[in-house]
Design a protein around this ligand. Sequence first.
Ligand code: SP5
Ligand code: ZN
Length: 345
Amino acid sequence: MKIFYSTAHLRHAPTFEVFDGGVRVPIFEVPERATRILAALQQTDWAEILPPDDFGLDPILAVHDRGYVEFLASAWTEWLATDPEAGTAADKSALLPATFALRNQARRPASLLGRAGYYMMDLSAPIVEGTYAAALASANCALSAAQAVEAGERAAFALCRPPGHHAGVSNCGGYCYFNNAAIAANWLSSKGKVALLDIDYHAGNGTQDIFYERADVLTISIHADPAFEYPHFSGYADQHGAGAGLGFHHNFPLPSGTDDTAYLETLNHALDLIREFAPSYLVISAGMDIYTNDPLGKIKVSHEGIAEIGRRIAKLNLPSVVVMEGGYNNEALGGNVVAFLVTFT
Ligand code: SP5
Ligand code: ZN
């Protein structure tokens, strides 16, 4: 299987994020995540590790707002210009605002912190020197995997870091900057109908936002119920799309403690919807934070459960682009990804 991986992610390494309650903690989304997955894949006899092609900005701008992309592109340079200590001082190691735009404040201010608050949804997407380059490379990994599948591969894996599914048309958040899976799905949508299945523990609010009014990309997310879990404002069962997209978005919120049996039963409903839609391509937002021992998750899917999820999705027998999302148990991450992918080979 072709695996698309870029070392550009190594330079995206913010040191902290801020949790609910204002607690500053070491960030969970670290470079080690991707290097562990890479190491596990290198130990198989089926992984062909390749650098991504450069697709330029067009396929990204087809999904994201231009002002948002320009903000990400220049934010670090602008941050450095705000203060001689920016980039080095402990309280200035990353661009992270503490004031956010309300729904009724549509104005986009000119100041850097104003724009940061306008384009960020939370305190878990700090911007450091390597963020934009890493986010671009991550999107290029997803696009390269889509291109490989469009060229006839049965499946390809985009080892994306940073992840993407919380990034909407014009927002970052939840460790995500560009929505890699959405960019790949949109790119494929000019070649045929696409289904995007998101199995990350957290609701794919960015993906929901991007495709909400579209009927040519079916989006389905299975996740912890946003009634108790991040991202709180998307991922509810009664959100089914709007306008032309009505009926083409489905959320499957799950309770805390969901085990293999209950998860797989829900997955079967999602797979039935995909079969009924009969897409030409499948994109999978593959988060491994559903794993029972994930530090950020409260769903209890076992290692064997993750393997079974992979087998059931693979049985759809659709050309499949697997895109890495979350998963924060670093010891288990590589093994879980390999277990998920192996039936697609
Ligand atoms: C891509 C992805 O998986 N992003 C997840 C971002 C989640 N951010 C919110 C984390 C809330 C943590 N809650 C505290 C649990 C500590 N045990
Ligand atoms: Zn997640």
